[in-house]
Design a protein around this ligand. Structure first.
Ligand SMILES: [Zn+2]
Ligand SMILES: [Zn+2]
Length: 314
């Protein structure tokens, strides 16, 4: 039996369980990617409504997708992310000055830089597994931990925070619900906030672009629907304060730089082609764009009598 038949068999017998809700099985939507005879399929969970990859790509495959990402981002023409984070922090309208903050997957430190500039008193811990990013933190004020979130969680540190930032992280985790559960139950103070962004499978860009949607990539193991976020919030005792289509104001030049290096090959080619033909003046224009992501802001409720941490500590 080849792998394709095996996956079809597994799906028929309900083995393609959703790794987000752990309850629903997935309806296979289409073949997603193939590498070294490993086939990935895109499934839609019949319980929580998210889309997910089944089976999940091997560690090798993921490593090859991630390798070079840092270099590719570094060579992007501009680094407008710090400005974008500042705008987002303003929009959230929260005074972070005396809060303890945690960012997971902090990349090149653009959010840390924005926080340092806006609230120099705020204490921020940044977790980033990619050691290539280390030099970016030389001039930043933060407690940098170079570990993956899974490794950091396994250390069972007792530290608690007022705000946990998860930008472009949850969709990359193999077990997003368990990891988020541990984060919220052990490391977020009651009344504390989670601020997260992740792919929005209900978005207009997803509907229009379909298989060419740039969020569809092997590193993204999950694509969240509104119902899957609501489900997650209920499960984790979080109250959703905001769940909205994320708007990013970015210069066209930057979008072309990203678009021509990441995502489906056809989109990369299209970006390169039009980038060479547009006048420089137009490429400097900054546009408010919806790139198919959610912005989710949620607050931790008082714990229920049956604590979540008790359920997940084993
Ligand atoms: Zn599910
Ligand atoms: Zn991502």
């Amino acid at each position: 039996m080849n792998q394709k038949q095996r996956v079809a068999n597994d799906a028929e017998e309900g083995f393609n369980k959703c790794n987000l809700c752990l309850i629903g099985t997935g309806k296979i939507l289409r073949s997603f990617a193939v590498r070294n005879e490993q086939h990935l399929y895109l499934c839609e969970c019949m319980n929580c409504g998210c889309e997910f990859l089944f089976p999940q790509p091997s560690d090798d495959w993921l490593a090859s997708e991630y390798s070079g990402d840092y270099q590719k981002r570094q060579s992007s023409i501009q680094r407008p992310k710090k400005a974008w984070f500042k705008a987002l922090l303003n929009q959230l309208n929260v005074d972070f000055s005396k809060r303890s903050l945690l960012e997971i997957g902090s990349g090149e430190g653009d959010l840390v830089a924005a926080i340092n500039e806006k609230w120099c008193q705020a204490e921020i811990t940044a977790i980033e597994a990619n050691e290539e990013c280390l030099p970016d933190y030389k001039r930043l004020k933060c407690n940098l931990i170079t570990k993956s979130v899974e490794t950091w969680l396994a250390y069972q540190t007792k530290e608690c925070f007022d705000v946990i930032f998860l930008f472009d992280l949850l969709e990359h985790l193999r077990k997003p619900k368990q990891n988020l559960d541990q984060l919220v139950s052990r490391h977020l103070n009651t009344g504390g906030m989670v601020v997260a962004t992740f792919p929005n499978v209900d978005s207009l860009s997803r509907k229009l672009l379909n298989v060419f949607w740039p969020q569809y990539k092997v590193e993204h193991l999950f694509y969240f629907s509104q119902s899957s976020v609501q489900w997650l919030a209920r499960e984790l005792n979080l109250e959703t304060i905001e769940l909205s289509a994320l708007t990013k104001t970015l210069p066209l030049d930057y979008l072309y730089a990203i678009g021509s290096r990441f995502g489906p090959q056809s989109v990369q080619n299209c970006c390169r082609w039009s980038h060479q033909r547009l006048p420089q003046g137009i490429k400097q224009i900054a546009l408010p764009l919806r790139l198919g992501e959610w912005l989710w802001v949620a607050q931790k409720r008082e714990s229920l009598s049956k604590g979540i941490s008790d359920e997940t500590s084993n």
